[in-house]
Structure formats: structure tokens, C-alpha cells
Design a protein around this ligand. Sequence first.
Ligand SMILES: Cc1ncc(COP(=O)(O)O)c(C=O)c1O
Length: 386
Amino acid sequence: MSDWRVPGFTSTGSKRPDALFGADLDAGLPTRMTRAAGCRVWDAAGREYLDYVMALGAVALGYGHPDVNRAAERAIDAGVTGPLAPVLEEELADALAMRIPWLERVRFLKTGAEAVAAAVRLARVATGRERVLGCGYHGWLDWAQGGEGVPAGTKALYAEIPFNDVDGTRRLIREAGDRLAVVVVEPVVVIEPTRDWLEVLRAETTRVGAVLVFDEIKTAFRVAIGGAAERYGVRPDLAVLGKAIANGFPLAVVGGRADLMAGVARTWISSTLATESVALAAAQATLEIFAHEDVCGHLHRMGTRLLHGLHRLHRKHADVVTGVGGIAEMCFFTLRAKTFRAMWRGGVQHGGSCSSARRTILCRWRMMKRQSIARWSYWAKCSRRS
Ligand SMILES: Cc1ncc(COP(=O)(O)O)c(C=O)c1O
């Protein structure tokens, strides 16, 4: 790790080789990729993989979807960026509001972490309060992080609420009471939320006058275009979208109630390249495809097949496949670490049958040190080239 010119690799920690494969890296393991197309990825040695990771969910249509690429190319030809706000910004905002009516107003940013931080800032502006309750992962920025380098005063303003725990959630929201600015939740964390939990979140935040934010960075453009709010019929005050929204181009959205979004005039939320038009054009094209091709239905059907297959594997090879989890659109299975390594070395395909190393599947896995198991997780994807 210390030998790398890019310490820890620039992107999310989940792409680090040690996070993928454990501390003692074998030379043969893929650490860098050169290209991706459809559902396939090629590593630096030219080996081809069938990819189930889908850029950690940032891609749902398959890598390099031709319609999205064409839209991006047109935006490149049109100069990418400039001194005025692009027309595309308003067009995309309108298109999003047509499909996701609770996005009455939106702002665009480049990363999910920025967009959730903006939602928290807007909630603080609207309520004049500081405390935050969160559930799930919301990015690397200070307000939601507890590690070194985060000021103690910032940490003290943040606490976690337990996913799907109705009583615990109600209690924490009531305890924070009129000091609570905002509750930010990932509405799906490994499993689906219960209706009771979502209703408690909605009712209790309203009761104490706090803002409810759905962090839909993983769920929008996946479980439904409008994410969990659409699937489960619960309206947040603000929502944050990211990842698959532009099929791999960098874009995130914070949006919701017009009165809350009006807070942008009272605070500072800004990024020079937030409206470069390549990602906006890619998002526009992505939304078109989602709207006309029932992508979410396809993801659900394919994901359900995958999940059933994983369960079958678990039943058949319980000594090797130690567990299965997630929802159809984002599922995973856990393997014993030794098995995982043996599979990589042998170039074994998913399902356990041997084949050439050139067609190994690329799955995300994590060493669970205590249990000594590896985790593979899948993002159901929709790829014309698969
Ligand atoms: C639910 C959720 N929120 C926020 C983030 C942070 O997004 P980004 O990595 O684009 O900053 C992620 C990233 O994985 C996420 O899954």
C-alpha cells in the first residue's frame, strides 16, 4: 500500500486491492482495469472478466451504453462547460421532476457525499438546528464521519439510528426533539425497510419539526427511478440521488420541497464544474432509457433470478457458500475466504465450475476478519451487450 503513488487508490475504498482481496496480495489478482463495455471488464494484463460489481452501482445500463455515450459526445462537441449555466441543467431538472414529482427543486453536484452534505446543510438552514441522525453510509465528509481528523464538535452532532428498529428510531428522534435538524437514512440497507419503520421516520420527524432526507444514492435508478420513496410510497422532504443516475458519469442531485431548497440563497453550496454538461447529458439520456425501457423492472427480474440462484448455491454447498443476502437489485453471497482465493487462482466461474482464467467473474468481496469469510456482492445490471 505504501508503495503506491496513489495511496489507497483515489476512488472509494471498496476498489482498493487490499479491500477486495485481503492484505497478502497475489501477483495474479486484478488490481487495475483498462476498460469496460457492457457487463465486461478488462484488467491491466488484458484479461477479461464478467463483472457483477457495476462500478459499485454507478452503472445500471451496462458500461458505455451507446445512447448515453452519444449524448455525452454531443456535450463534448458543444464545449463541455462555459461561463453561463447550461440549458441542459434546467431541462434535466424538469425531466427529473416529471418522473419524481417530489423533486420540486434540485441542485446538481458531482459526488454523492457532496449532495448529502448539501441536504444536511439545507435542513440546518431551514430548522436553525444542528443535530443529525443518520442511518447507513452517506459519504466521506465530516458531518457523518467518526474517524481521525473529524473535529470532536462535529462528531458530537451526529448519531446513528438503527435500521428497521421502530422503537429505537422513535426514541432517538424524540430524545433529540427540538435540537434535531435532520434525519438522513439510506432506505435500503442490505434488506428492505419495513413499512412501520418508514412510517415512524415520516411521522416522528414531522412531529419534532425535523427534515427527513432519503439518501437514494444506491436506490434511485435501481429499485425504481425515484428510488425507495417511489417503491414504498413514503415521501421524504429532501432526497439525494447519485451513482446510476448518469450511468457512470459523475453527477449527484439534491432536491425536494421548494421551501427547503430555497435555503440555497441563505448558505453556500457551490462547485465550479457541477454543471459541466457531459454528465448532465448522460443523465438526460439515462433517464430517457429508464423511462422507456422499464429498466427497473428488468433489474428486478434479473436480480431475482440471480438471488434465487445464490440461494440454490447456498443450499447445495453450505460448507462453501456461507450466506446469501441483499435484495434482488443488490444482492451478495458470502464465501469462506480460502474458497475465494482458490477460486481466483483456478479462474473459477461463479457457480463453482472451472474454466479459463480469462473469463473469471469479477465480484466485490470483503474479508470479514472475525468470521474469516469473503463476501461477494452483486449489483443487478441491465446490459445489451451481456
Ligand atoms: C448511500 C450512499 N450515500 C452516499 C454515498 C457517497 O457517494 P459518493 O461516493 O459519490 O460520494 C454512497 C457511496 O457509496 C452511498 O452508497
